[in-house]
Write a protein that binds this ligand. Structure first.
Ligand code: ATP
Ligand code: MG
Length: 561
């Protein structure tokens, strides 16, 4: 446990300290990427508890993903010690679930209601047709709720019961919301009910990283915070601790044409004069782009001959980088396959995650059902997940997510690999694990310590950082994403630019952007131009690779001999 008391805020810079020690009342922290939002948030909670005698149980911190919630909880433990357990930390879904469990009766639900899995939703949908009310009734008959209802039902409950509102306002007197730029209408409504207009609501985020409008998020709530909440205080954090100066300069230039932050500033805290420029690799093809990633990963980590093939670990010459330091980011999931193949051929371990819901992934619903129904399974939760996976895979033909096909055993095995670290983190709590499967995203199952190169969609990369980042497929049509033949509107392009900004700002030390001259999209091979977003970046910030005769990646099997 860190020393609390006067030194508590010593590890913050001046503006972070202002934010962390601001008095009560509505507080909006507008903070760019890498400016230490999580650090500021945890220190604010710790400061309030340690210095201003706020009870930890009066604090509610809402994060965007379960991974972020775990990270926040972990850091709070370090600052506050065991009392950190009394702070409520979770996602909007987890918060809604808590409220519903505590008021199941009033919501007309049995105490042991469950969140419908995909099969159950699909069955109810096909029986109900277009009739949304009867869809809900069918779920209710089986004591099920839909995922979206985890927020809408608590909102309905609270709207109808002022006493309940007062009860929760009394319990959570201090509310903190990270990534506020991505709240949606229902989440906002829930916050408004839980927090009075002059309440102790601390919202933190960056409008320039608003990337979830396709799921209903609306950056407008962030932008009008001071209209919604009385006498809101505003603090800006502009000092970026994450990225080297060239990476940061490129990112700031990239967002400038559609920045939503007046006078957007990001000052580099890191001023290493030796910092490498941003690598730019114009590839002739997707295969060549994938080869570039493999070759560069290999060079950075120290070469295959120094690595054991069994474990993928570095077992020879000491190198400062490992696979876990490296991420490959892309706009669409389909872009991952050539890179996964190329890395795997080179015996480089990978872990791939998207922002899709876990329950939508083939095999997950079947494993969840098996775990729930098979009483005979023994051992740790992780072992039971593996066993359930075997049972499901051996059954060969498993009804899918919509009852129309089968799940392949490989899909079940890869689901088991994905879920095992998550099961470990849940200890033996089957219910907690199953609710994570129902509400979590694939990226929640990311193992940051895994000795593997991480592959992520740009959406899934939100909030994360890596020493080395490859941003691939930076092409017109992919970033901004556009279906061949269509013209996206201005708002859509602005959001794509923000996505590009999110991608660039994940990198700490080395950033590579690449684009292929030809790519297959929608079944046809097409010529591709580099993304117009690259045009906003000073060419002097780039080091261009591959201008000379491209080097062929060395044959790894031969090198081993
Ligand atoms: P994002 O918008 O990408 O979510 P963020 O603002 O949440 O970014 P953090 O992940 O909290 O940023 O912090 C970025 C990095 O900067 C972390 O590695 C963190 O430890 C470091 N950092 C933050 N504040 C300081 C500080 N005052 N001194 C040193 N390092 C800091
Ligand atoms: Mg963050």
């Amino acid at each position: 446990m860190e020393e609390v008391g006067t030194g508590l805020l010593d590890r913050l810079d001046a503006m972070q300290r202002v934010a962390a020690s601001a008095p009560g009342g509505p507080l909006l922290i507008v903070a760019g990427p890498g400016t230490g939002k999580t650090r500021t948030l945890t220190h604010r909670i710790a400061y309030l508890c340690a210095e201003l005698n706020v009870f930890p149980e009066h604090c509610l911190a809402i994060t965007f993903t379960r991974r972020a919630a775990e990270e926040l909880r972990h850091r709070l433990d370090g600052l506050l010690g065991p009392v950190a357990e009394d702070v409520t930390v979770g996602t909007f879904h987890a918060l809604g679930l808590t409220i519903l469990r505590e008021n199941a009766d009033a919501a007309g639900l049995p105490a042991d209601f469950r969140i419908a899995d995909d099969g159950e939703r699909a069955a109810a949908r096909s029986e109900a047709g277009d009739d949304l009310a009867s869809y809900t009734a069918l779920l209710r008959k089986q004591d099920l709720v839909d995922l979206d209802e985890l927020v809408t039902l608590p909102v309905e409950l609270l709207r109808a019961d002022r006493k309940l509102v007062e009860q929760y306002r009394d319990r959570w007197r201090w509310i903190f919301v990270d990534e506020y730029q991505d709240v949606d209408a229902m989440q906002y409504e829930l916050l408004r009910l839980l927090s009075p207009a002059d309440g102790n609501l601390c919202a933190i985020g960056d409008p320039d990283q608003a990337i979830y409008s396709f799921r209903g998020a609306d950056v407008g709530y962030f932008l009008r915070f001071s209209e919604d909440f009385t006498d809101a205080r505003l603090v800006r954090l502009n000092r970026n601790y994450r990225s080297s100066a060239p990476i940061l300069a490129a990112a700031v230039q990239a967002i400038a044409p559609s920045s939503l932050v007046r006078g957007r500033r990001l000052d580099p805290a890191r001023l290493d004069p030796e910092a490498p420029l941003v690598g730019r690799y114009p590839a002739a093809s997707v295969a060549e782009e994938a080869d570039f990633v493999v070759r560069t990963v290999d060079e950075l980590v120290g070469g295959l001959s120094h690595r054991s093939l069994d474990s993928g670990r570095i077992d020879g010459r000491s190198t400062s980088l490992s696979f876990s330091d490296i991420a490959v980011l892309y706009r669409t999931d389909a872009q991952a396959a050539p890179v996964v193949d190329a890395l795997s051929r080179a015996n480089i371990p990978v872990q791939k995650r998207s922002h899709d819901r876990l329950r939508d992934r083939p095999g997950v619903a079947a494993i969840a059902r098996e775990l729930r129904h098979a009483d005979g399974l023994a051992g740790s939760l992780a072992a039971r997940v593996r066993l359930a996976g075997q049972v499901v895979a051996e059954r060969f033909a498993v009804p899918t997510l919509d009852g129309t096909g089968t799940v392949r055993p490989e899909a079940v095995r890869s689901a088991v690999d994905l879920l095992t670290p998550l099961a470990r983190r849940c200890g033996d709590d089957l219910e907690a694990f199953l609710s994570q499967l129902a509400t979590g995203a694939e990226v929640d199952a990311l193992d940051p310590r895994a000795e593997a190169v991480t592959l992520l969609t740009l959406h899934a990369a939100k909030g994360l950082e890596f020493p080395v980042v490859f941003l691939i497929g930076v092409e017109d049509g992919l970033l901004p994403l556009r279906w061949p033949g269509s013209t996206p509107d201005e708002d859509a392009v602005a959001e794509e630019r923000r996505l590009f900004f999110v991608g660039l700002t994940r990198a700490q030390d080395r950033l590579y952007v690449s684009h292929a001259a030809r790519r297959t999209r929608q079944g046809a091979e097409r010529d591709c131009a580099p993304s117009p977003f690259l045009g906003a970046i000073d060419p002097g910030l780039f080091e261009r690779f591959g201008e000379t005769e491209p080097r062929r990646p060395k044959d790894r099997q031969l090198r081993l001999i």
